[in-house]
Design a binder for this molecule. Sequence first.
Ligand code: HXC
Length: 262
Amino acid sequence: ATRSYEYIQVSEPRPGVGQVTLNRPKALNALSTPLITELNTALRTFQSSPSISAIVLTGSERAFAAGADIKEMAPLTFSQAYTTSFIESWSDLTTALKKPLIAAVSGHALGGGCELALMADILYCTRTANFGQPEIKLGTIPGAGGSQRLTRAVGKAKAMELVLTGKSFSGEEAEKWGVAARVFEGYGELMEGALGTAETIAGYSRVAVQAAKEVVNRSQELGLRDGVEYERRVFHGLFGSRDQKIGMEAFAGKKKAEWSHE
Ligand code: HXC
C-alpha cells in the first residue's frame, strides 16, 4: 500500500490491520467523487492484500466527513446524476469489501459522512461526535442509504424525526440508540479502541471472519427463518475449512491456533 493518494492516507498500523484516513481537511473531508474513487481503490487494495485482515476507516478529530461535496452537487442536473449513477459507486464499499470495516468517527459525520459511517461493519465514535442527516436543509434527501440504514439502526420513529428535521445527534446518543457499538472519551482512545478491535479480528481465521460478516449482514436482508437457514448452510460449509479443524484441535490440545486461512 505505497500508492500515493491526494484525499486519503493509507497505512498498516498494526499486524493484519489496514487504515484509511480521510484527508481533505480544508473541506472537513467532504466526500467528493475523486475522494470516493480513491477510497474504493484503497479498500480494493486491502481486500486483495493477503497481509490485511481488517480495516479501520477514520477522518480527523474535527470531522469524520461533513457530507457529500455540496459544491460538486450544486450544479448537477437530473440527467447528469441519472446517467452517471451519481453516488452508486459508494456502494462498492459494501459489496466489494469482504473484510471487516470499522469506522472510527470523531467530530462531524453529516449527510453522506453519516451514511458512510453507517456502511461500516462496526461503528465506534467519540462521545461528542456529531451525526446527522441534514440534507433536508439543502432541499434534498439522504442519497447513500441513510434513510434505510439509519431506520434499521434506530427504528422508524427516531429516523423519521432525524431525516425530516435535519437535527443532529451525538456520539453518546449513537451508542445509546444502537448505531455505535462503543463510545469513547477522546480521539486517542477512539483510535486505540478501533485498532485494538481490528487487531483482535485480524488474529482469527480469515475464512471464519468473512463468513461471520456475511451471515450477520444477511440478517439485514432476510426474514428470520431464511436467515437462520442461511447461517446454518454457511456454518456447515466451514466444516470444509482447514481452520475449523485447526481451531477445534487447538482447543482440545490446549494450544494456540495457528491459522492457515484456508
Ligand atoms: C463541501 C464543505 C462541506 C460539504 C464543509 N465544507 N462541509 N464543502 N461540502 N459537505 C467546507 C466549507 O464550505 C468550508 O470551506 C470548510 O469546509 C469548513 O467548513 P465551515 O462551515 O467553515 O466549518 P464550521 O463552521 O466548523 O461548520 C462545520 C459544519 C458545516 C457544521 C460541518 O461545514 C456544515 O454544515 N457543512 C455541511 C454539512 C451538510 O449539510 N452535509 C450534508 C451534505 S449533503 P471554505 O472554503 O468556506 O473554507 C449530502 C448528501 C448525501 O451529504 C447524499 C449522497 C451521499
